[in-house]
Design a protein around this ligand. Structure first.
Ligand SMILES: Cc1ncc(COP(=O)(O)O)c(C=O)c1O
Length: 405
């Protein structure tokens, strides 16, 4: 009998769910404006040349074999130096594991800590992978509320109320996808104190730590005392290397009680997938040792594009939004009475106007009645997207801009 597993069919990655509809709209001859995927390389940003050259040289020199499952030592050493220099983090190469993107790292940590029926706490709204990892491994991701009126800061009381005997770790994501929030020092300290009170590990997805537009990034590790802290980061966003699929896990354990077991648990999984991409790892060494010119350019353009997006959302009837402080996302709230349910809105907007945004409920229960858009597109595309949104509003028989209502 051919029988498929149930769990894989429960996976919903909202960011890409509407791709078949987008293709259909394109077949009908309408140009789709893609505001769904957080990939700068889909717009006018390029991987820095010195990184590409290093990978090319490595490949020509014969570094095309499986690397060490943990990642090549030279790269782990470069990551270790980078973490020390930038954040005063003491993570030796032995406590670092290179992964095929932070996406793989998320799966590794969920499997590291959970058995079927266990729980872990993730920010709500939540990056979808945090939730579907639990679907795959038969655990439960519980979303804790982030407070919209407070710029989407985590609600520490809500985290506390959701800790049960089956809770295995607390996940933080600052800067945050999808809200663009930067968690405050006060909130981070409180979360760390709470984690210490229950002796729970903290997993921190820091993939947007360099994409700061307005405000100061507070690295959460500085409040860690006697708990296990697992940091996740990668090359996709800050080095414009999305397609290269490289990330890493670093471990901080001031107690010394957990680190060996954590590394071993991650390595057991890493060995079963053999290794990260070897030539790409050489490119990543060049990324860490090269300059940040590309990042300055990215931030410069992003500030202007995010401001424009923010202004246009603020002017649109039935939409309100917090100005993102970091990342390349914006997460407006929509009035259900005008736009309907957020999934309906996202598919209708794509079907009728060819603008691809992601429905907020794809980011969990706290995302309902919102949408997420990327702010990476050049200004003329953002303006075109809003002309189309306004024409959709007209179709609904509404006025388009607040100033005119
Ligand atoms: C919060 C967050 N974590 C992880 C990832 C996955 O990144 P990677 O390309 O390193 O797999 C993304 C990608 O958008 C993300 O937004």
């Amino acid at each position: 009998m051919t029988k498929f597993s149930d769990s894989v069919y429960k996976i919903r990655y909202a960011i890409r769910d509407l791709v078949p509809l987008a293709r259909e709209v394109e077949r009908r001859g309408k140009k789709v404006i893609y505001l769904n995927i957080g990939d700068p390389l889909k717009y006018d940003f390029k991987t820095p040349r010195h990184i590409i050259e290093m990978m090319y040289k490595a490949s020509l020199s014969g570094y095309n074999y499986y690397s060490d499952s943990q990642g090549i030592y030279e790269l782990r050493e470069a990551i270790s130096h980078y973490l020390k220099k930038r954040y005063s983090i003491d993570a030796p190469p032995e406590h670092i594991v290179v992964t095929n993107g932070v996406a793989e790292a998320i799966n590794f940590v969920v499997r590291l800590f959970t058995e079927p029926g266990d729980e872990y706490l993730v920010p709500g709204p939540s990056y979808p992978s945090y939730i579907f990892a639990s679907t795959l491994y038969h655990s439960r991701a519980r979303e804790y509320r982030c407070i919209p009126e407070d710029g989407f800061q985590p609600d520490v009381d809500d985290i506390r109320s959701k800790i049960t005997p089956r809770t295995r770790f607390i996940l933080l994501n600052t800067p945050n996808n999808p809200t663009g929030a930067l968690y405050s020092p006060k909130v981070l300290r409180e979360v760390m104190d709470l984690a210490a009170e229950y002796n729970l590990p903290v997993v921190s997805d820091e993939i947007y730590d360099r994409i700061i537009l307005d405000g100061v990034y507070t690295p959460p590790h500085q409040y860690v005392d006697d708990i296990l802290y697992i940091g996740l980061n990668g090359f996709s966003k800050q080095y414009l290397m999305t397609g290269w699929r490289l990330g890493y896990i670093y471990i901080i354990d001031n107690t010394g009680n957990y680190v060996d077991k954590a590394v071993e648990g991650i390595l057991k999984q890493a060995r079963s997938r053999l290794s990260p991409n070897t030539p790409a790892q050489y490119g990543a060494i060049a990324a860490l040792k090269g300059g940040d010119k590309h990042l300055k350019e990215l931030i410069f353009k992003l500030r202007r594009r995010t401001s424009l997006f923010y202004k246009l959302v603020s002017e649109t009837e039935g939409m309100e939004v917090h100005r993102p402080k970091a990342t390349f996302y914006i997460f407006p709230k929509i009035d259900k009475k005008i736009y309907g349910d957020d999934r309906e809105f996202a598919s209708n907007l794509l079907r009728h106007e060819g603008v691809y945004i992601v429905p907020g409920s794809g980011f969990g229960v706290y995302g309902e009645n919102h949408f997420r858009a990327v702010t990476l597109a050049p200004e003329n595309l953002i303006e075109e997207a809003f002309h189309r949104i306004w024409s959709y509003l007209k179709r609904l028989g509404r006025l388009t801009q607040k100033s005119r209502s």
